[in-house]
Design a protein around this ligand. Structure first.
Ligand code: NAG
Length: 374
């Protein structure tokens, strides 16, 4: 036999002995994913091995697992991934990235998703789904390109406390000014930007109303409530306390059918609370205390309709009426009124005997529920 032919046969034989390419077994990339190494801790939380190595068949994805593929220019230069990386880099540059508490792998020629940039979590397609940089010394205005993170589910740029036992929190974020539009983030569920210097939430935040579940922007410099409030039908948490909100309390509030936690204390709300709030009957906490200009009457109907309420706080407001006679001079009230004072004298008003019975019953069941928790 001719020499080249024998060589060819040898190659074919060797490859047959090795078995067909990439069929079964664990690849280097999969080993990375299941190892206990430091590689991409955050990633492993959100992307299961099945999904990140899902496209390992030759037909679906010629390069094996995503991690290997992620280093090919064709992957990195895909329009969406490229814009997301550019947006992250602009954010880094404008918000003092070089001085962040932690900036692991940022600002290097690495992939934000697969090389674990601190605080960045992605889905299996290499798009950013979470940006979590709480207490990280993020400073300045957010760039408008932040809205390019179109797969974002959670944005957390909060500062926890300004001090811990008199030691100032050196890592506080200081995001300032007007927040950019996130209107293209069609999956955005959670915004947590408390403890910054934000003047305005995105003007078109209502375009996120179909997905937003939690909006926390306590301890900022906000002057207004979000507009078109009744569109936020999934919202369960609204924390806007300790701002400078001077709006009228909107009648739309009651149409927030899923709202559980409302924190509006320490603002400058005006206007009146009316019967319109009764329908938000999944409410657990309703705190409008320290809004001296807020008036109106909390309708008695809530004693029955707000079956899950833990507490209600109206201290330092101008709210009048029946419930205010119980609550207006305590930090918060409801079951706590009963727990601490063992006193429901406020409820002995003769014209509402049925409510007295219901209230005692409710207070007692809540007391049991609470003592069970302790
Ligand atoms: C009443 O509320 C205002 C506005 O939030 C606040 O500045 C003030 O300190 C409060 N007063 C008391 C006695 O707590």
């Amino acid at each position: 036999m001719e020499r080249p032919l024998m060589w060819l046969l040898g190659v074919i034989l060797a490859s047959l002995l090795r078995g067909p390419l990439a069929a079964g077994g664990i690849t280097e990339d999969e080993r990375l994913l299941v190892s206990d190494g430091a590689w991409h801790r955050n990633q492993r939380k959100s992307v299961s091995i099945e999904s990140s190595c899902y496209y390992t068949t030759m037909e679906a994805m010629p390069y094996g697992c995503q991690y290997a593929r992620a280093h090919f220019p064709s992957y990195q230069n895909e329009y969406q991934r490229k814009s997301e990386k550019a947006a992250l880099m602009e954010f880094y540059n404008l918000c003092g990235g070089d001085f962040w508490r932690s900036r692991d792998n940022w600002n290097q020629d690495l992939d934000p998703c697969w090389d674990y940039w601190y605080g960045v979590t992605c889905n299996e397609h290499g798009y950013v789904i979470k940006l979590e940089l709480s207490d990280n010394r993020v400073r300045g205005m957010l760039p408008s390109t932040m809205g390019a993170l179109t797969s974002l589910i959670k944005l957390d740029l909060s500062s926890t406390e300004s001090d811990y036992h008199l030691h100032p929190n050196e890592e506080m974020n200081r995001v300032e000014g007007v927040m950019p539009s996130l209107a293209m983030c069609f999956q955005l569920e959670e915004i947590e930007v408390s403890g910054n210097l934000i003047l305005r939430l995105p003007d078109d935040l209502y375009l996120n109303a179909d997905t937003l579940r939690s909006l926390s922007a306590s301890r900022n410099l906000l002057k207004n409530l979000p507009i078109y409030l009744s569109r936020y039908q999934l919202l369960h948490t609204l924390e806007l306390d300790n701002n400078r909100i001077e709006d009228e309390f909107p009648a739309e509030f009651g149409r927030l059918q899923n709202i559980r936690f409302v924190h509006l204390q320490y603002n400058r709300l005006i206007g009146s609370i009316t019967r319109d709030i009764v329908p938000m009957n999944k409410i657990r906490v309703f705190d409008v205390s320290h809004n001296p200009g807020l008036s109106g009457v909390i309708p008695e109907q809530i004693i029955v309709d707000w079956a899950y309420v833990d507490y209600l706080a109206i201290l330092n407001t101008s709210i009048a009426g029946y419930i205010s006679s119980l609550c207006l001079d305590v930090p918060f009230c409801w079951k706590f009124m009963y727990d601490t004072h063992k006193d429901l004298t406020w409820a002995t008003v003769s014209d509402v005997p049925d409510i007295v019975g219901m209230t005692v019953e409710l207070a007692q069941t809540q007391l049991f529920a609470e003592s069970g928790m302790r």
